[in-house]
Write a protein that binds this ligand. Structure first.
Ligand code: ADP
Ligand code: MG
Length: 280
């Protein structure tokens, strides 16, 4: 019973139930269910086209599923618009960087904070004087903490377009952190990075959890990193959960091996899942 939900003690911070999403005839998601435990690093893996990005887009509210639910801290948010989900504490990065390239690093980070601005007219009317000053100070504190944490002080006034890819990814993470999320969703955080950039990012992801107490849900192709960092791994194939568990459990699962290699070389996949170099 590979897609059964694990029995766990803590209440999940995020829970998806039976999610189904189709594009025309293509079922990108077909009954996907799993839980994310608070304080965990949970990874979603799977071959190309498995439905990972579709799942992320559905959880963050960019796509509306034809069936199933998304629950955040117990509340059904399946019909809650994306910006509202971000304000509730569900922040994300994108597989293809979605920064404002003409703007500076600092301005991009400030934009992240706008998820928290009051939008209600009543609130806005009474949101004056001292409260506003306190909010501005708090914001500056948060921005400075993030800049310090991600080691991007030296580029705060640089235009994003001029930065190398690895740093752009870091700025994207900074912007997501500026939303002060409870759950940080990262879509392929180390895709296209070299070894050193990948190791830096892995360290930041671990520190996000350790220093900020933020739960991380990531989609990632780099198996070595997934297996090193994750507490829980969910494996998708053809829009379905084919296995989930600890990295060790998932690596040992024959379904996972088959999904990645078809009838190919199982030994090579095992090495790949362990993060070792694979020579074809
Ligand atoms: N916007 C879209 N329009 C049509 N088909 C899509 C769209 N997004 C994804 N798909 C299809 O849904 C399936 C899952 O894609 P995706 O979620 O991008 O997978 P992954 O991120 O795991 O590579 C694929 O068959 C893909 O072609
Ligand atoms: Mg994808």
């Amino acid at each position: 019973m590979p897609s059964a939900l694990p029995s766990t003690s803590a209440a999940p911070v995020l829970r998806v139930e039976d999610l189904t999403l189709a594009f025309g005839g293509v079922k990108a998601l077909a009954g996907v269910g799993f839980e994310v435990q608070p304080g965990s690093i949970t990874a979603v893996i799977g071959p190309n086209g498995a439905g990972k990005t579709s799942l992320f887009n559905t959880i963050s509210g960019f796509y509306c599923p034809s069936a199933g639910r998304v629950r955040f801290e117990g509340a059904d948010i399946t019909r809650v618009p994306a910006p509202r989900r971000a304000a509730m504490g569900l922040a994300r990065s994108f597989q293809n960087i979605a920064l404002f390239r003409g703007m500076t690093v600092l301005d991009n980070i400030k934009l992240g904070r706008h998820a928290h601005l009051k939008t209600n007219v009543f609130d806005a009317l009474f949101y004056v004087g001292r409260a506003r000053r306190e909010e501005a100070e708090l914001r500056r504190d948060v921005e400075e903490r993030i800049i310090d944490f991600l080691e991007i002080d030296h580029i705060r006034h640089a235009s994003v377009a001029a930065l190398p890819y690895g740093l752009q990814k870091r700025v994207e993470m900074a912007r997501a952190l500026a939303m002060q999320p409870k759950v940080l969703m990262l879509d392929e955080p180390v895709a296209g990075m070299n070894r050193e950039e990948t190791e830096d990012m892995a360290r930041f992801i671990l520190d996000v959890r350790r220093e900020w107490g933020i739960t991380v849900l990531m989609v990632e192709h780099d198996m070595g990193m997934v297996m090193d960092l994750s507490d829980h791994v969910v494996v998708l194939n053809f829009g379905q959960v084919i296995a989930q568990g600890t990295p060790q459990q998932v690596q040992a699962d024959p379904e996972v091996v088959r999904a990645y290699l078809g009838a190919g070389d199982v030994g090579a996949l095992r090495r790949k899942l362990r993060g070792e170099a694979v020579t074809p």
